[in-house]
Unconditional design. Structure first.
Length: 202
């Protein structure tokens, strides 16, 4: 491993941990506010990244600088709002990532003196990019992503067969999209990044 790769890992891993941790924490916190203590009882209502890391997902962070966390355990039957509770809890994760992207992205846009600190500037840029990517990716309406819970909440009963199909084959559809259409998602993430920050990442 050369110095460049090591420095890129050092810079990119903290933003990934931040994005994954706050994403999962947001799910657990909103679920708790809506009456479900499952995440709290299982020690997942915490900002400690170690509580949320998935072993294989953690390895992938170091291999490809992108990974995933363990989903926060949630029992939707505890929600006071049985109609929209699942959608609100599902939306909390991507919403947290969007807020993070806006905070750091606007800092990059309106604090030009950050450019005097290249390492910090690059880390902030990664924070924005990774959080946009995580938010948009999770909003895809395919199981097991957050977007599926939002989509199913508003899907009429007359389209129950679509729900059954996505629950059964959604993962395969998702893999197909990742293999053949990830470039489109990347282009969208890049466009949102430029919209927030004002300049491209690369």
């Amino acid at each position: 491993m050369n110095g460049i790769n090591l420095s890129m890992i050092i810079i990119s891993v903290p933003p990934i941990l931040l994005a994954l941790t706050l994403h999962e924490y947001a799910h657990g916190y909103i679920a708790y506010r809506f009456g479900d203590p499952t995440a709290k009882l299982m020690g997942r209502l915490t900002l400690n990244p170690l509580a949320h890391l998935d072993p294989f997902g953690t390895i992938m962070i170091f291999l490809v600088r992108f990974g995933w966390a363990k989903p926060v355990p949630i029992n939707p039957f505890n929600f006071r709002d049985q109609k929209y509770g699942s959608a609100k809890v599902a939306a909390a994760g991507p919403a947290a990532n969007i807020v993070i992207a806006l905070v750091f992205g606007l800092a990059l846009r309106f604090l030009p003196e950050l450019a005097n600190f290249p390492g910090l500037f690059l880390m902030f840029s990664y924070i924005v990019f990774i959080n946009i990517l995580l938010a948009l990716f999770n909003l895809l309406p395919l199981p097991p992503l957050d977007g599926s819970h939002i989509f199913f909440t508003f899907l009429p009963d007359s389209m129950r067969s679509l729900r059954m199909f996505l629950n059964q084959y959604g993962l395969f559809v998702l893999l197909f999209i990742l293999f053949f259409f990830f470039g489109w998602l990347y282009s969208l993430v890049r466009s949102v990044f430029i919209f927030i920050v004002g300049t491209p990442l690369f």
